[in-house]
Design a binder for this molecule. Structure first.
Ligand code: ADP
Ligand code: MG
Length: 686
């Protein structure tokens, strides 16, 4: 086959391969394998040594073994559900080959009486005889070389056997010829200097998969660059539109600066500078402000709003919940004191009469700044001249949603997203490559680290005593019984039980929030807590990110051993948002795993979300870290930000080179198909 033929072949449906009937096709589809190239990404997880041929007097129970035997006798019981048995022998002994859920005809066919066969499978011992149940391989003795090998193990669905899969992969690998290289020489040298065809073959044939070896690195790099190509297209689309540059002086922000009683951190100042440059630019801003919980993103966004408004535009600020909207609204009123900026609040709860006035005043430009929930983007909300959209606590936007968002508000509208999910350095561009990123790493000076303790559940009485003392000192308490997915019902019951027992100990002090409450019920409890009608808040669900409860400075997290580092850090971030001292108690059930011990140790020693995200990635693999699931990054099949961090860096450099010339993109057409990225690129460029 030549280059084009190989490429065409790989993009065809698997059904053209030998041995793919309707059933196998269905099974493959279950594993998301439809094109021939999809087969390639299901690479071996390990290898089974079937070279180990033993005579029947020399078997070891539990070992994968290959035997050469003669078929002697069938035992096909007529009772349903009993397995079929075939008795075989060599000159040293006998063995039963046992088949569950099989057909008589099939067995007679693969194991004809008196024939010599080679069989490979795991040795069992049952009712005084050796047996192999559902052997992986049964072949005529002439084919022994096909079995007597170190054979790749694949992760497969039921019904799709190793034998079938191997047959398919072998057909595919045989047809792959060398392709024209899509990477430059320079890049190729950095990533292992091996062609795609060689690398893919080695991935399937190598005995020890080594993710640091050349063939693996080459393929991982292909994957990273295909991902960046998508982000690059998305970025180009977002940046396509020119806008009227915003023109402002620092009149408003100077007034505002007097309205809060702290100095901005250097990172906050830098973020404001970045944003100001964007606002003044001729191109739309599409920036994400990343900063750990409590790092002070809100004030940065309020200053951005002030500058937008001062240049004659309106600004909107969207947050996920009503309470958060109200809190940001109150803060904005305070911060904008002494200016003539008109601020309004719009949520799903705003009554009809007020809404009508708001709509009118948005249209005639009387309202400068609107804060609220999703209600801000209803169809009937029309702005006179919207210049800035701010979206808070949003890490669930995939590439597609980001593009939709960039189209909102018209050409003159800049966009600022804010996220509290710390992302390890290596992944920032891979996740946010289509946006500009500002990061707030430095915490406000007055901030003390949250003191973190761990306690086994048996010591609950000590914890309760501590809670009692804190409440007397007017410190409020979060008591989190986070949902563990195993059984939502049981989890819920546990939280209710905890609530009841805490109510007995602390009458009239406790509230409960759980997933089954509706918005109003939830808001009522949260408001009671905010207004200190209650001082202990038990919750099953994550307490709203972002709400400031200034006097809640103790958080107790049950079952803490079940959670990942980043999750625990996010939960802990509900306290310690002011200069006051704060404490986090991690409760755990006995017998901590080593990994859980490590997590607790990291949390005790650090309050730095970025460092914790890196550690989390090391302990768990990057796929599970909070927030990445939604980012599309989880779909990496080969690339690993820890072991391939240098490849990510090469790719970040390389993508800039590629972007310089439109023709460069064409070289990657086939690569994008290989990684299923072609469709999304078409969508971006519709
Ligand atoms: P987040 O980044 O999680 O949204 P916020 O903007 O809500 O954090 O800020 C958390 C708290 O820190 C708020 O009470 C805010 O007023 C305060 N804050 C923000 N910046 C500073 C600073 N530079 N110095 C002291 N406190 C600050
Ligand atoms: Mg916030």
């Amino acid at each position: 086959m030549n280059q084009t033929n190989t490429q065409n072949f790989l993009t065809k449906n698997v059904s053209i391969l030998d041995g793919v009937g309707a059933k196998t096709k269905r099974l493959l589809k279950k594993k998301k394998i439809e094109k021939i190239s999809d087969l390639l990404w299901n690479f071996p997880l390990g290898f089974t040594d079937r070279t180990n041929v033993k005579s029947l007097d020399n078997l070891e129970i539990g070992k994968i073994t290959t035997i050469k035997v003669k078929v002697i006798k069938y035992n096909f019981p007529r009772i349903r559900n009993l397995p079929f048995k075939v008795i075989c022998e060599d000159n040293k002994g006998k063995i039963d080959i046992v088949f569950f859920n099989s057909r008589e005809g099939y067995i007679r066919n693969i194991l004809p009486i008196n024939s010599n066969v080679i069989i490979s499978g795991k040795i069992n011992y049952f009712k005084k005889s050796y047996q192999i149940t559902n052997p992986a391989y049964v072949l005529p003795i002439e084919k022994e070389n096909y079995v007597k090998k170190v054979i790749p193990k694949y992760s497969l669905t039921d019904g799709l056997t190793e034998k079938i899969y191997r047959k398919l992969i072998e057909q595919v690998l045989k047809k792959i010829t060398e392709l024209n290289e899509w990477h430059s020489k320079n890049v190729l040298e950095k990533i292992g200097n091996i062609s795609w065809a060689k690398a893919i073959k080695q991935l399937h044939e190598e005995k020890d998969i080594n993710i640091k070896s050349s063939y693996f690195r080459r393929l991982a790099y292909d994957e990273i660059i295909s991902h960046l190509l998508v982000l690059s297209e998305s970025r180009k689309r977002i940046k396509k539109f020119k806008k009227i540059s915003k023109n402002f002086d620092l009149k408003f922000s100077n007034i505002i600066n007097k309205n809060f009683n702290f100095d901005l951190t250097n990172d906050q100042k830098k973020a404001i500078e970045d944003i100001n440059v964007d606002l003044k630019s001729n191109y739309k801003m599409f920036r994400i402000l990343q900063g750990d919980v409590g790092s002070g993103k809100t004030i940065v966004s309020l200053i951005a709003s002030a500058n937008t408004i001062s240049s004659g535009y309106q600004a909107v600020f969207m947050v996920p919940t009503e309470i958060l909207a109200k809190q940001h609204f109150d803060l904005a009123l305070k911060v904008f004191r002494g200016t003539n900026i008109k601020i309004q609040l719009l949520t799903g709860k705003t009554n009809f009469k007020d809404k009508k006035i708001i709509f009118k005043e948005l249209l005639n430009g009387k309202i400068n700044f609107l804060i609220g929930t999703h209600a801000l983007f209803q169809k009937n909300v029309i702005y006179k001249n919207l210049g800035l959209i701010i979206i808070d606590e949003q890490h669930k936007f995939g590439v597609k949603q980001r593009i939709e968002l960039s189209d909102k508000g018209g050409n003159n509208c800049d966009i600022l997203l804010m996220s509290a999910t710390p992302i390890p350095r290596t992944l920032i561009m891979a996740i946010y490559g289509d946006m500009d990123v500002s990061r707030i790493i430095e915490k406000p000076k007055d901030r003390k680290n949250t003191i973190t303790l761990s306690k086994p559940e048996e010591k609950i009485e000590e914890v309760l005593d501590f809670v009692n003392k804190q409440i007397k000192k007017k410190i409020q308490v979060f008591w989190v019984c986070p949902l563990i997915e195993e059984s939502a019902k049981l989890d819920y019951a546990a939280a209710v039980k905890k609530y009841n027992s805490l109510c007995k100990k602390f009458p009239n002090e406790v509230g409960l929030i759980h997933g089954a409450l509706n918005k109003d019920e939830k808001n009522k409890v949260l408001n009671n807590f905010l207004k200190k009608k209650i001082n202990i808040l038990v919750s099953t669900t994550v307490i709203e990110v972002g709400i400031d409860f200034p006097d809640a400075n103790l958080i107790i997290i049950e079952n803490s051993n079940k959670f990942g580092l980043s999750q625990l850090h996010q939960l802990r971030g509900r306290v310690g948002r002011s200069a006051a001292e704060s404490t986090c108690i991690l409760l755990y059930k006995k017998n901590l795993s080593d990994n859980a011990k490590k997590r607790i140790k990291v949390l005790k020693s650090s309050n730095d979300g970025f460092l914790i995200a890196e550690e989390d990635m090391k302990l768990r693999g990057y796929g599970d870290v909070l927030g990445y699931q939604q980012s599309g990054i989880k779909n990496f099949k080969l690339a690993d930000p820890i072991h391939h961090s240098d490849l990510f860096d090469v790719a970040y450099q390389n993508i800039k080179e590629i972007e310089k010339n439109k023709d460069n993109f064409k070289k990657f057409d086939f690569l994008l198909k290989l990684f299923d990225k072609a469709d999304i690129i078409n969508e971006i460029n519709y």
